[in-house]
Write a protein that binds this ligand. Structure first.
Ligand code: SAM
Length: 273
C-alpha cells in the first residue's frame, strides 16, 4: 500500500513540474492549489489580497530578516521582496525546489529541509528573524510530532518582538485513508496552545477564502451539495471564476476571523519576549 512519504512525495511533485513554472508567479503547477493555471491564479490573488490586509494593519520592520518554510514555487519569495529584506532565507523539503529557487533568487538563501542534515541548525545560524512564516505548509506535516517540532522551530527562530505568520486550514477533518493523504488539518486551538506556551500573542486572524474555500481531498466538499456543483462549474468558466473571486475578495474583507465558512486563514502572532 502507498503511504505518504513527505520527502519523496514533494520531490516528485516538484520534479514533475516544468522548471519554468517558477516564472509563472503562481507557485508551481499542482503545488499550491488550483488544477488549472486560472484556478491557481484566483487562489493566489485572494491569498495576496488578504495578506496585504493583514500587513497593512501590522507593518513589518524596515529591512526585515525573513525566514520562509516551504517556499515551493517562490510566490512569497517574490511577494516579500517589496519589503527589501536585509536577509531572506527560504527553504523546502524538495531539493529540486531549492535548486530552482536558488538559481532564480541569487540574492536569497535557501535551505534544503532534509531531516537527515539537521536543517534547523542552518536556519538558526542565519537567524533570528523578524518574520518566520509557513504558508500552506504545516498541514502537509501529517505526523503530529513532526508538526509540533516544526512549529516550535518556527517560533524559536523569531526574534523577541518579531512575527510568526501561518496560513492553514484551521479545522479538524477526518479522512478515510489517512496513510495515503498528504494533509492533516488541525484546529486553531492546537496552534494557539503552542503559541501561548511559546509566549506569542495573536495579532491578526484573516480569512482567505469563502466560496473558494475547499480541502485538497475533494473539490468543494466544504460546501453544501447544491453549492458544490455550482462552484465546480464556476472554477471551470473564466467569467464565473472572476465573479466568484470578486465575491470572495469582498466577503473576506468583512467576514469575522473565525467565520466557520472561512476555514483557510492567515494567523499572525507576535513574540512577546
Ligand atoms: C502547498 S505548497 C506551498 C508552497 C508555498 N508556501 C506557497 O504558498 O506557494 C507546500 C510546499 O511545502 C513544501 N514542504 C512540505 N513539507 C515540508 C516540510 N516539512 N519542510 C519544508 N517544506 C515542506 C513542499 O515541497 C511544497 O513546496
Amino acid at each position: 500500500m502507498d503511504t505518504y512519504q513527505p520527502a519523496d512525495f514533494w520531490e516528485k511533485a516538484h520534479a514533475a513540474a516544468p522548471a519554468d513554472d517558477i516564472n509563472l508567479g503562481l507557485g508551481i503547477h499542482y503545488v499550491g492549489g488550483g488544477v488549472a493555471l486560472r484556478d491557481a491564479a484566483a487562489l493566489y490573488k485572494l491569498r495576496k489580497l488578504n495578506l496585504g490586509r493583514v500587513l497593512r494593519k501590522k507593518r513589518l520592520p524596515t529591512r526585515p530578516k525573513i525566514f520562509e518554510l516551504g517556499s515551493g514555487g517562490g510566490f512569497w519569495v517574490e511577494f516579500f521582496q517589496q519589503f527589501e529584506p536585509q536577509k531572506f532565507v527560504g527553504s523546502d523539503l524538495s531539493l529540486t525546489a531549492v535548486q530552482r529557487l536558488s538559481a532564480k533568487y541569487r540574492y536569497c538563501d535557501f535551505v534544503h529541509m532534509n531531516p537527515e542534515m539537521n536543517p534547523w541548525q542552518e536556519v538558526a545560524e542565519a537567524g533570528p528573524f523578524d518574520l518566520c512564516m509557513a504558508i500552506d505548509v504545516l498541514y502537509h506535516i501529517t505526523d503530529d510530532t513532526g508538526w509540533n517540532d516544526t512549529l516550535l522551530h518556527l517560533c524559536r527562530n523569531v526574534t523577541a518582538g518579531g512575527l510568526l505568520l501561518i496560513a492553514d486550514y484551521f479545522y479538524e477533518r477526518l479522512v478515510d485513508r489517512p496513510s495515503q493523504v498528504h494533509v492533516k488539518f488541525r484546529k486553531m486551538s492546537q496552534y494557539l496552545s503552542i503559541l501561548d506556551k511559546e509566549n506569542f500573542a495573536i495579532e491578526e486572524i484573516q480569512p482567505i477564502f469563502y466560496l473558494l474555500n475547499r480541502t485538497i481531498t475533494g473539490p468543494f466538499r466544504d460546501h453544501t451539495r447544491f453549492m458544490s456543483p455550482v462552484l465546480r462549474f464556476a472554477v471551470s468558466n473564466p467569467i464565473a471564476l472572476k465573479l466568484v473571486t470578486r465575491t470572495d475578495s469582498i466577503i473576506t474583507k468583512f467576514a469575522r476571523p473565525m467565520n466557520p465558512s472561512c476555514t483557510t486563514r492567515f494567523l499572525l502572532a507576535r513574540r512577546v519576549s
